[in-house]
Design a protein around this ligand. Structure first.
Ligand code: CMC
Length: 428
């Protein structure tokens, strides 16, 4: 049996044989298929990349039907249980788990790069008092790049690594400082004695205490959420990272672009929509009426349900649900939890949802945890962006080292006017 595909062009009667490798054909192999000599050659039309692999990647594996998510082959539930975010970030970047000395050095390096240049505070101060922290974060990432002109040297692995360390380290500082600016509080500096998530909580919430001590359950919960959000293969923001990075721009500019993609409500904003939905439902007695509205096709969706890739329980949602209970033991139960649980129970039994394979996704419970930890809703996409930086940078690095890759430049099907002569103003 040959690993090829035979295509017959019924316009010309000609047959072509193209290679099938790794379950794909090369789109450029179709270019030889021409209706006549002037023809550009056959293209594929695939808006939203529904069936186009834009890269080969060895970082993250998803099987949406089975509900499987793995980073570098390690199942997400094992990483969530046994790893830390920084160890997972190393794994994503380097392909293997670190040895204990590698991990120690990595943690030390990230910890000691958390401080930002004091001039960056001036950039933050120039934002309006109530500016959205995600807007500030995107701008600050871009501003950060202006302090490191050597970052343009993207083909030097040592220079690349230095920027990766800086970006991962400084994300928590920029994120927390953006929050402090929004709420009008002084900037709380990093504390090098604390873990990565602990340090973030310190910069978010420290007030008059000389030493901030994060609650260990909340610190661990945040670390687990960071692990779960670290990468998710070729999603919208990762695609932005790769596309922008393919122009060989510095990684700060590419990460700023990826963060902008994440800001959209269809990507990083769904957990906020879940909280809004649960608040609007308001009580258990209103659930049947709400479900009826969703099922009537009036355009109301059960937020936090359904996924483009997962047609099974999102494996991240399972872990997050467990974390939610641990967090609520410390913070007290969210009044919205009972509504969420009842909605989930009904949806998992209801034919409408079962038939469409709509299961809870990562966002169904994450917003409840963030809210219980006192994060305002505006911070939710920021909390997603912090760990996703390690995924974006892993994918960016893989792209730079991939000889198949070039500047990203899709084709189009031109649907405009045929050639015509310019019309003088008096004749229009
Ligand atoms: N509630 C009710 N019905 C739904 C929902 C939902 N949440 N999601 C999909 N459907 C229905 C949809 O109406 C359609 O029904 P029909 O076949 O009768 O027209 C069917 O299910 C298929 O939906 P689709 O829109 O074709 O599916 P999609 O793969 O294009 O959309 C989605 C995926 C995540 C955008 C969608 O499920 C949705 O809008 N969910 C709610 C928003 C949400 O929770 N987003 C977070 C995604 S996870 C975060 C991340 O990984 O970035």
């Amino acid at each position: 049996m040959a690993d090829t595909l035979t295509i017959t062009d019924n316009r010309t009667g000609k047959s072509y044989e193209v290679a099938v490798k790794e379950g794909t054909i090369r789109a450029t192999d179709l270019r030889q298929i021409k209706a006549n000599d002037d023809d550009f050659g056959l293209m594929t039309y695939d808006p939203a990349f529904m069936n186009t692999a834009a890269c080969r990647s060895s970082i993250t594996y998803i099987d949406g039907d089975k509900g499987i998510l793995e980073y570098r082959g390690y199942p997400i539930d094992q990483l969530a249980e046994k790893s830390t975010y920084l160890e997972t970030a190393w794994l994503l970047l380097h392909g293997e788990l670190p040895t204990s000395s590698e991990l120690e050095e990595w943690q030390h390096t990230i910890t000691y790069h958390t401080f930002i240049n004091e001039n960056l505070k001036g950039v933050l101060d120039s934002f309006r008092y109530n500016a959205h922290p995600m807007g500030m974060l995107i701008a600050m990432i871009s501003a950060l790049g202006t302090f490191y002109p050597e970052a343009k040297n993207i083909n030097d692995p040592a220079v690349r690594l230095k920027q990766i360390e800086r970006l991962i380290a400084k994300m928590i500082t920029i994120a927390a400082f953006s929050y402090r600016h929004m709420v009008g509080q002084f900037y709380a500096y990093p504390d090098n004695d604390l873990s990565y998530p602990g340090n973030f909580l310190n910069m978010m919430y420290r007030m008059t205490e000389l030493k901030y001590q994060p609650n260990p359950t909340l610190e661990r919960a945040l670390d687990v959420l960071f692990i779960l959000h670290a990468d998710h293969e070729q999603n919208c923001s990762t695609n932005a990272m790769r596309a922008v990075g393919s122009s060989e721009v510095d990684p700060y500019s590419a990460v700023a672009a990826a963060a902008a993609a994440l800001y959209g409500p269809l990507h990083g904003g769904a957990n906020e929509q879940v909280i809004r939905m649960l608040t609007e439902i308001g009580s258990l007695s209103h659930i049947p009426e709400f479900i009826k509205k969703v099922k009537s096709g009036e355009g109301v969706r059960l937020m936090g349900f359904g996924h483009r890739v997962y047609k099974n329980y999102d494996p991240r949602a399972k872990i997050i649900k467990q974390v939610a209970y641990e967090v609520f033991d410390v913070t007290g139960k969210s009044p919205l939890l009972d509504i969420a649980l009842e909605l989930e129970r009904i949806a998992l039994e209801d034919e409408y949802f079962v038939k469409r394979k709509l299961y809870p996704n990562v966002d169904f419970y994450s917003g409840l945890i963030y809210q219980a930890m006192q994060f305002p809703m505006d911070m939710f996409p920021v909390l997603f962006a912090i760990p996703r930086v390690s995924g974006w940078l892993s994918q960016w690095q893989e792209m730079i080292e991939d000889p198949d890759q070039k500047i990203a430049r899709p084709r189009q099907i031109y649907t405009g006017s045929a050639r015509r002569d310019f019309v003088p103003m008096e004749k229009r």
